[in-house]
Structures are given as C-alpha cells and as structure tokens.
Design a protein around this ligand. Structure first.
Ligand code: ZN
Length: 407
C-alpha cells in the first residue's frame, strides 16, 4: 500500500468576484486538475500497481472532483457561484459551467485510461512500457498480449423506466379487453390537437392547456400551424379517420405543456387515452370498463365514482375518482387524517365522457348511428400513486439511484 498522498489543492473562498479574479482562481483549479489526473494515469499505467490500488486511486480521484456531496465541482458551485454578488452572477455562472465541462472531459479521459489499463495483463503492460521507450520498438507485438481470459467489465442490465412500466401495465389491461394500440406524432397541427376535437379557435378551453407552438408559422392558416401535442387525443381523430366503427383503441404517448416544473408538474408527461365507438354504446359501458380497469390496476377492493365535469370533445363528461388506496377509503390512517386523499377517502384519477357528436362530423362517422366513449389519464400520476413517489421530477432527472429501485 502506498501511503495516502497529501492533497494540496483546496477550493478557496473568493472575496473578489471580478472576471480577472475568477480567471485566476480557475487557472489554479485547472492546474491542480491536470496535475492530479497525471498522477492517477501514471499510477494506472504502472505495471507494478496492484489492481485494487488502481481501483481505489481512480475512485478517489473521481469522488474528489465529482462527488455530489462536497466534490470540487459542487464546492465551486457553492462558493464561487452561489456566493457571488448579484452583479457577478453571470460571469461566475459562465466560469463555473466552463470549469464543470473541463472537469467532466478530464474525468472521462482518465476513466478511459482506467478501463484500458484495468483490462490488460501485467505482462502486456510491461511490454507497452518498453514500447514507449525509444530503443525497443521491436517489442511491439507483445503489446497485443491482452489476456482475454480476464473477466470483462460487467455492465448492469437495464430495466424498464417506472413510467414506461406503468404505461405498459395499463396498456395490457385494455389489450385484455380487446383494445388495440395506436400511436401518433408528437408534433401535431392545430387542427388535430384542437379543432377536430371540438376546440374552435378562441375557445376558452384552449387556454387551460398551455401550448408550446413551433416558432415562425404566422404565415400559415391557424389549423395548419404546428405545435407539440398537449394530449394524446389527436391520435383518436387520426384513428377514426382511417378506421370505421366498431372501434376500440388505446393511445399511449408523450405530451407537452408549457408548465414550470415542480413536484406535481412537468413540461413533459405521458398519457393514455382510450376510445370505443360502436352502435349502442352507453355511459354504463364506460363506467363498467373504467371500474374494471381501476380494479385491475389497483386491486379488486378499489371503488370508483363519477363526477360531472367538462371536456370539449365529450358530452356528458365526468371526472373519475377511486377510493383512496392508502387508507382504504376511510379518510384516516395511523390515528390521523390521510394525507394522500386529504381525509376525503377519494383520489381523482382520470377524465372521461361520451364522445361529443360534433367530433363524429370531423371524421365522417354518422352520429345518428354510432355512439362511443373516451377516457384519458396521466401515466405519471398513476405511477406516483403506485410507487409512493413524492416528486414527479424524479421520473425525468435520470438519477440512477432512484431508477435502480425499480429493477
Ligand atoms: Zn386516504
């Protein structure tokens, strides 16, 4: 074991946040980075370094610079950016970002060396070492002696993302009821996203969906302008255009709204919508289908109830609540009120209704002969309930520590 080296560099607290002072501090940090990286690479390339030492020294190096808690990158973020006076924030932010990129680049460079030298046998490394010295170029062939019997680097098997997993589970419930699956484009025209769904221009309901429009389309007529779909309902229109009743489809997919991200909102989320059109479909069929689907997803003891609501493309419309899965619908648990249902015993989960006859007009169905229902639900909302997640952002941050729990 080599004795632990004393680490010289420490992130200084800045008093002066001028551009010149930041440059100077950055220069020192980069010099330290170069020096320490060089040290680790030398150690990795040395054939006499035992494998565990290589491991520890690479990991120490990585943690020292990149650890979320107290790594050097975190430290400069705290003491150079967050502590900067408002006037210097912009410059400091730029500098810290630049340094972050440099540290990350250096880290992947060192990691490559780590992987490379970690896989080679000591003999091959000796040869490589000799090869590097000018007088022994003839030993080049030995450098090919990579011990193929050494175990490789095992890559962890991936797993379904909890949102996709939940979406697939829901799709399965409806497939078992005879529904087929349809998908459509994420970038839609105003016509499919709004107009054909009975949202006429200037209809107030358009304001409830903060839409992200594609820029520079003012010269096009409104119905042709492109936007990121705010719901998966356009897929229903596209499906009805190409298929005649009887029809039973579910449309899973990603949707976008101009919402600021917080614990319950995200500019990207997923929906599953369903549509059934046939002769003599009634509200009873809708209730029976959704009651069955909720029991499949949350357990047979779950109850459902329907509340009047409004959606432009269904009439009548309803919100569906399920009995609280945390308190069994009692409204209290552990001797206090249930937080999940705010002591009401019910949780609102999805919207639904009978397809508005106006919609049939857009797709050439005879509204006098057919009737149908539609429903839609947010996938993240269901995943949050199923897995007890308290922040929707966790689904999108890509933090492996969170995702590993679903393997
Ligand atoms: Zn409850």
């Amino acid at each position: 074991m080599t004795p632990k080296k004393k680490l010289e560099y420490a992130v200084p607290k800045l008093k002066d946040f001028s551009a010149a002072a930041l440059d100077k501090a950055a220069e020192k940090l980069l010099a330290a980075l170069e020096y320490e990286a060089e040290e680790v690479v030398t150690l990795l390339a040395d054939p006499s370094t035992p494998a565990p030492t290589k491991n520890t020294s690479f990991k120490d190096f990585r943690d020292r610079w990149m650890a979320r808690k107290n790594g050097i990158v975190t430290q400069i973020n705290e003491s150079w950016l967050k502590s900067a006076p408002p006037a210097a924030k912009r410059d400091a932010g730029r500098k810290v970002n630049e340094l972050k990129t440099r540290v990350e680049a250096k880290m992947s460079e060192v990691q490559e060396r780590f992987v490379f030298f970690g896989r080679m046998s000591p003999e091959a490394l000796v040869s490589l070492d000799k090869l590097a010295s000018p007088q022994s170029a003839q030993l080049g062939v030995d450098a090919q002696h990579i011990d193929v019997t050494l175990p490789g680097i095992r890559r962890p098997l991936g797993a379904e993302h909890p949102v996709i997993k939940t979406m697939n589970e829901m799709v399965r419930v409806f497939r078992n009821l005879g529904y087929s699956v349809e998908e459509g484009p994420e970038m839609e025209t105003d016509y499919y996203n709004f107009e054909a769904l009975n949202f006429p221009p200037n209809h107030p309901a358009r304001d409830t969906q903060d839409t992200l429009f594609i820029a520079n389309q003012e010269s096009k007529p409104l119905r042709e302008r492109l936007l990121l779909r705010t719901h998966t309902s356009p897929v229903q229109i596209r499906t009805m255009e190409k298929m005649k009743p009887p029809l039973r489809v579910v449309c899973p997919g990603k949707v976008h709204r101009n919402d600021a991200p917080d614990a319950t909102h995200s500019p990207i989320f997923h929906q599953i919508e369903g549509l059934a059109v046939d002769t003599n479909i009634t509200f009873c069929d809708l209730k029976g289908t959704l009651d069955h689907a909720m029991k499949e997803m949350f357990g047979s003891s779950v109850k459902t109830r329907f509340y009047p609501s409004f959606f432009p493309f269904t009439e009548p419309s309803a919100d569906v609540q399920i009995s609280c899965i945390f308190c069994g619908g009692r409204g209290y648990r552990d001797g206090g009120p249930c937080r999940n249902c705010k002591a009401s015993g019910w949780i609102e989960l999805l919207g639904c209704g009978m397809v508005d006859p106006n919609v049939y007009g857009f797709v050439d169905y005879d509204a006098k002969k057919v009737s149908g229902f539609a429903f839609g639900m947010g996938v993240e909302r269901i995943a949050i309930l199923k897995y007890g997640v308290d922040d929707i952002q966790l689904f999108f941050n890509g933090d492996v520590r969170f995702l590993e729990q679903f393997v």
